[in-house]
Design a binder for this molecule. Structure first.
Ligand SMILES: Cc1ncc(COP(=O)(O)O)c(C=O)c1O
Length: 384
């Protein structure tokens, strides 16, 4: 691959040269734990044991690095394993980090209930509010600014370039969870972020058939440090999971175009629906982050959240009434999903500064026929 190759070309070819032994046009699944050495320490291509490195995983990592425009990427067993390994490499007990006031509930749980016990403290701030972030950065030393954009589940937008500048001026690293956008819609490293985190379970994998995570780095030296900890702690993906993720990535661009188009139509329909109090979608001109999203994203993605005028019980009922939108956690697959964040994905933030509205419904808009999706939502929102 050359650095001039376009995104779709990189998605299909980066790290995926035909196999030198057989000519297989996709990377084989190296379902193997250990590799024969040509004499003690005589490794073939650097492979000795699959926790340390595996050729199918290498193919995935080279592809992820190319898509996020970074020098190195590391794949993990899940998004949470990626987050944990990165944080325990760059932070030490006694450090302080800033986290968003709206984020994936599992990320909050990691900071508040796991890493806090290890000695990592956190401050909560709206990452959409740069002056508030600067204020917290000035108040005490901060090791990491952690951002999601768009956020899960409120679809808030943070200005990545502005956050990178503020973090770097204060001597902090900026980490961006790019799960909702995917590298096709947004490349945080090109906007100044130091590391990008993914739950590859979502749009990168794209088919709701594999759990995985990744970190892509702006700096190869930091990647080496995290790789050391990953090998020491062992949160690696297996070869088959790496292969499934890589297969999903090949169609990322066409899927994201369709997700974004369908989500925009769904958001517009909901914005005019009499049962809906508010629609949260960065593609709508009324969204407070619309302009920033337009500047840093190619389009606005497949996630739409909305609030119902009739409140929590009506929201729960609507989640159970759809035919095509499947009631379930997760997101980013080709099929549409619906969920109630307060009782499902974000139950762990109840009572915290990250608590989500009880009347909120989150949609992962899939790539089905959009007329069918709109009909399905309309019938689910008919009052009792
Ligand atoms: C934005 C975001 N980050 C991280 C994660 C965690 O990823 P995983 O479920 O692959 O561990 C999720 C999972 O839903 C997520 O939505």
């Amino acid at each position: 691959m050359t650095t001039r190759d376009g995104f779709e070309t990189l998605a299909i070819h980066a790290g995926q040269e035909p196999d030198p032994l057989t000519g297989a046009v996709v990377p084989p699944i190296y379902q193997v734990s250990t590799f024969k050495q040509d004499g003690v320490g005589g490794l073939r291509g650097g492979y000795e044991y699959s926790r340390s490195a595996n050729p199918t995983r290498t193919a995935l990592e080279e592809c992820l690095a190319a898509l996020e425009a970074g020098p190195a990427a590391l794949a993990f067993a899940s998004g949470m394993a990626a987050e944990d390994c990165l944080l325990r490499t760059v932070c030490s007990p006694g450090d302080h980090v800033l986290i968003p006031d709206d984020a994936y509930g599992g990320t909050y749980r990691l900071f508040a209930r796991v890493l806090a016990g290890w000695g990592l403290s956190h401050g909560v701030v709206s990452m959409s509010d740069l002056p508030a972030v600067r204020e917290q950065l000035a108040a005490r030393p901060v090791k990491v600014v952690w951002a999601e954009t768009p956020t899960n589940p409120l679809l808030s937008i943070a200005d990545i370039q502005g956050l990178a500048q503020a973090a770097h001026e204060a001597g902090a690293l900026l980490v961006v969870d790019n799960t909702f956008a995917s590298p096709y819609l947004q490349q945080p490293l090109t906007l100044g972020a130091d590391a990008v985190v993914h739950s590859t379970t979502k749009y990168l994998g794209g088919h709701s058939d594999v759990v995985g995570g990744a970190v892509v780095f702006a700096d190869a030296e930091l990647a080496e440090r995290v790789d050391y900890v990953r090998n020491a702690t062992g949160g690696v993906p297996g070869p088959f999971d790496s292969w499934l993720t890589l297969r999903g990535i090949k169609t990322l661009a066409v899927r994201m175009d369709r997700h974004s188009r369908n989500a925009m139509r769904v958001a517009q329909m909901l914005a005019e629906h009499p049962a809906v109090a508010e629609v949260l979608y960065p593609g709508l001109p009324t969204h407070p982050g619309h302009k920033t999203a337009q500047e840093q994203m190619r389009s606005f993605g497949g996630m739409v959240s909305f609030r119902l005028l009739a409140g929590e019980e009506a929201a729960v009922r609507a989640c159970g009434r759809t035919r095509l939108f499947t009631l379930g956690e997760s997101l980013g697959g080709v099929e549409s999903l619906i969920e109630h964040p307060a009782r499902m994905t974000h139950a762990s933030v109840a009572g915290s500064q990250l608590e989500v509205p009880a009347d909120l419904i989150r949609l992962s808009v899939g790539i089905e026929d959009c007329d069918d999706l709109i009909d399905d939502l309309r019938q689910a929102l008919v009052p009792d």
